[in-house]
Ligand binder design. Structure first.
Ligand code: HEC
Ligand code: HEC
Length: 462
């Protein structure tokens, strides 16, 4: 992929991207070419690469150990787990949350773009008779208690004090908001159920006649469904002691799903966590090298904190494929954060992706346009050139023809941190090795969370 002419200046240019000791976002535009730049020249580097150094650099970027999962009442977890895997929440009983957040694929679906209502199959083998794709990649759902913004564009948001900003506006009433215990993730499950292409369906059930922006009616419709199943009535009342099912609304369901997610899909036993806790040999030498690069390069200016996300929005020049969000001249573009704020400065910005278990969660980027981890990291090297020369042959056949030429617009908005960034192949390898240290072994196989059956009696299909 890399052309010979790019290799020669790479080593010199790699030096440009070293920002050792630079810990806050504002000051990083003024990258100093200081002595720290010697780090990747190998051999006689000024500071020895020691575990202590790497822990210190991590602390400077706020990349500490991830907290233990919050304690969640077991009855709430049980209800949330049932709802997560139960196709009863989809209009035509054909899709559950776990159709796209699949246990066997590390809570994603191993596809560039998901396939929702009307599709059949699971993961890479899933197809839709009319070739309908969801415009974005299904992100992993690990460690979500930590994030204030949900979705690639952050359209579900909490201010951290119990106030939520969501596409439902005032339909998510203050009374409903008070039910939501786990931050932004508690409000998130209110939305896939309302989306036609994801779960509600186009026709054929009592929910499809409801207007798209009438969330309140869709949510009541779902509660009516659940209320017809005695086991759900019991489970809701056990999960929320002292409350009658008939007095509950869909926020109680959404909150339960979030309770399940935060308690079971928060995992903090990766080699990196063990390393931070003091086990020097938890990382290989190459991972240690990669960690130092990640922490001294610009990567950790955006990917920081225990989840490796600043919870903010940036344009890192990812190619646009698939149906998009109906934007732009051809109606196939995705303006990202601008959809939420209306601010042109937010065009093409997406939330910094958390990186724990990233080895397991490909394809990558908001539209899954880069299929391998190595490919995504390599993408940061001359990302402008990479965007111009993006190769759709890595995609599944149905998506190859969908590459949108929005390159000029995307590059106009590209984060200035990426200006002049060039990574040597060795550096890419080290970074990939380091990313693998972020995998908790417990995330490799999540099928233990798949219930044998769900209260509706519908097939779980995992
Ligand atoms: C048809 C596939 C599909 C189904 C079904 C689905 N999701 Fe998703 N999920 C996605 C996609 C795609 C996104 C990203 C969408 C976006 O950002 O616009 C997403 C985003 C999320 C996120 C945000 C994660 C983050 O890091 O911001 C959470 C949490 C989530 N889904 C949970 C659920 C739950 C709970 C359900 C069931 C109520 C569900 N999903 C149903 C595909 C799906
Ligand atoms: C300017 C902020 C910024 C910098 C610097 C940055 N990233 Fe990212 N990273 C992002 C954003 C934003 C995304 C999601 C972009 C999208 O989907 O359009 C992302 C996505 C990723 C992904 C894909 C994750 C997934 O699940 O889809 C990986 C891997 C990654 N970054 C690693 C790195 C590494 C390694 C570096 C340093 C070489 C780096 N990033 C530098 C902001 C940044």
């Amino acid at each position: 992929m890399r052309k010979g002419s790019h290799i020669a200046p790479a080593a010199i240019a790699a030096a440009l991207v070293i920002v050792l000791g630079c810990t806050d976002q504002q000051s990083t535009d003024a990258v100093s070419l200081a002595p720290a730049a010697q780090h990747n020249q190998g051999g006689s580097s000024d500071t020895a690469l020691t575990p202590q150094l790497v822990r210190m650099l991590a602390a400077q970027r706020g990349i500490g150990q991830l907290d233990d999962p919050p304690h969640v009442r077991p009855e709430l977890v049980k209800l949330g787990q049932a709802l997560m895997f139960d196709p009863i929440l989809s209009g035509n009983h054909d899709v559950s949350c776990a159709t796209c957040h699949v246990a066997a694929y590390a809570t994603g679906d191993a596809r560039s773009l998901s396939i929702g209502a009307g599709g059949t199959g699971l993961g890479p083998g899933r197809t839709h008779p009319d070739g309908v794709f969801i415009p974005r990649n299904a992100p992993p759902i690990f460690d979500l208690a930590q994030l204030r913004h949900m979705f690639w564009d952050g359209r579900v948001e909490t201010d951290g004090h119990g106030h939520f900003i969501t596409p439902a506006g005032s339909q998510l009433t203050p009374a409903m908001q008070r039910v939501l215990q786990f931050g932004a993730v508690s409000a998130q499950p209110m939305f896939p159920v309302a989306a036609r292409a994801e779960m509600r369906g186009q026709s054929g059930n009592e929910l499809t006649g409801i207007f798209d922006n009438d969330y309140a009616d869709i949510w009541s419709g779902l509660m009516r469904r659940l209320g017809k199943i005695p086991q759900y009535r019991r489970m809701f009342e056990q999960a929320y002691p002292g409350k009658r099912f008939d007095d509950m609304n869909f926020a109680y369901a959404s909150n339960a799903i979030a309770g399940f997610l935060v308690s079971k899909f928060t995992m903090n036993n990766s080699p990196w966590d063990r390393f931070l806790a003091g086990r020097d040999n938890a990382l290989t030498q190459q991972q240690l090298e990669g960690a130092r690069s990640f922490l001294t390069l610009k990567c950790s200016v955006c990917h920081n904190g225990p989840t490796f996300s600043d919870d903010k929005f940036h344009d890192v020049a990812v190619a646009q494929i698939g149906p998009g969000q109906g934007e732009g001249l051809q109606g196939r573009d995705d303006f990202g954060r601008m959809n939420v704020t209306g601010n042109p400065a937010d065009k093409y910005l997406f939330r910094t992706t958390p990186l724990r278990n990233v080895e397991l969660t490909g394809p990558y980027g908001h539209d899954g346009s880069i299929t391998t981890l190595e490919g995504f990291i390599e993408h940061y090297s001359e990302s402008d050139v990479k965007l111009h020369t993006y190769d759709p042959s890595q995609l599944e056949p149905d998506l190859r023809g969908t590459l949108l030429d929005n390159t000029t617009g995307v590059l106009a908005q590209r984060d200035t941190l990426l200006n002049g960034v060039v990574l040597t192949p060795q550096l890419v390898d080290n970074l990939v090795a380091y990313m693998r240290a972020l995998t908790d072994p417990a995330a490799r196989n999540l099928t233990r969370f798949v219930p044998k059956k769900v209260p509706s009696g519908l097939p779980v299909g995992q």
